[in-house]
Design a protein around this ligand. Structure first.
Ligand code: GLP
Length: 247
């Protein structure tokens, strides 16, 4: 695992965007695993900027997203499909039909999850998986649990996650309580993983995920077992880590 220190959110975003750009340039038909939330917004803005300069071509890229709220359609501004369209897909030359997000409108959880796993099987191995880290250590929407999940499944969101994500809604009461998320086994099967973490509020959980015991109680700790993880975190997020752990 490589841990790269960024000065702040902007620096983290540019460094991470550089890694994604390199992936797109070296392998134009890459499968990218993408994430939502506040953390990746700066990355997507940077990728769009470089696309507008003519440096990037997304026409042969396929993307699979980590998760989606149950009950929200892609037209709902709070859905992750809408987020991805707004922040990236509608701003570059990617083919929308090669961008995949779990279907929040399929209320039969079994069907929705099987369908998404079939999509993941068909798209093939993810070349580069982008991840954020939840305040409770979740990745995707894999909340702390007694065991690590495997494939796509439906989760009950923790109150702390609902609270943290309420910033994207008018009130916490509007945040859906369930989501479909890619499982940990699927996330871990990506060839390379890029974890981005920013802000003082993530300091303690980042330290636990990267240096604490590997346990489903801290889902992100499983990344310690992956052979190709790059963590890009800003000074604030790294403030609880010893210098010896960081490049
Ligand atoms: C959300 C998303 C995750 C995201 C995480 C952190 O709940 N499901 O994919 O990485 O929480 O979000 P943020 O970047 O807004 O802190």
């Amino acid at each position: 695992m490589r841990i790269v220190r960024a000065t702040d959110y902007l620096d983290m975003s540019r460094k991470a965007a550089n890694i994604i750009s390199a992936q797109v340039i070296i392998k134009p038909e890459s499968v990218l695993g993408l994430a939502t939330g506040s953390s990746p917004v700066g990355i997507y803005n940077q990728l769009v900027e470089w696309y507008n300069k003519g440096d990037l071509d997304f026409r042969n890229i396929t993307t699979v997203n980590l998760d989606e709220y149950v009950g929200l359609s892609g037209e709902n501004p709070q859905s992750y499909r809408y987020f991805m369209n707004q922040h990236l897909f509608n701003r570059v030359n990617i083919s929308l039909e090669k961008t995949y997000v779990p279907n929040g409108l399929e209320l039969d959880a079994h069907k929705a999850c099987i369908k998404y796993d079939t999509i993941l099987n068909n798209t093939g191995r993810v070349d580069l998986q982008l991840l954020g880290l939840g305040l409770d250590g979740h990745i995707g929407f894999n909340e702390p649990n007694k065991e690590f999940s495997t494939t796509t499944h439906c989760v009950e969101l923790f109150p702390s996650t609902i609270q943290a994500n309420a910033k994207f809604f008018d009130s916490p009461g509007e945040v859906p309580t369930k989501a479909y998320t890619m499982g940990m086994k699927s996330i871990m099967s990506a060839q390379r993983i890029l974890l981005i973490v920013s802000g003082i509020s993530k300091g303690e959980i980042l330290k636990r995920a990267l240096t604490g015991p590997i346990t489903p109680e801290v889902p992100g700790s499983i990344l310690q077992l992956h052979t190709d993880v790059t963590v890009i975190a800003d000074e604030e997020a790294l403030s609880r880590m010893g210098d010896s752990n960081v490049d």
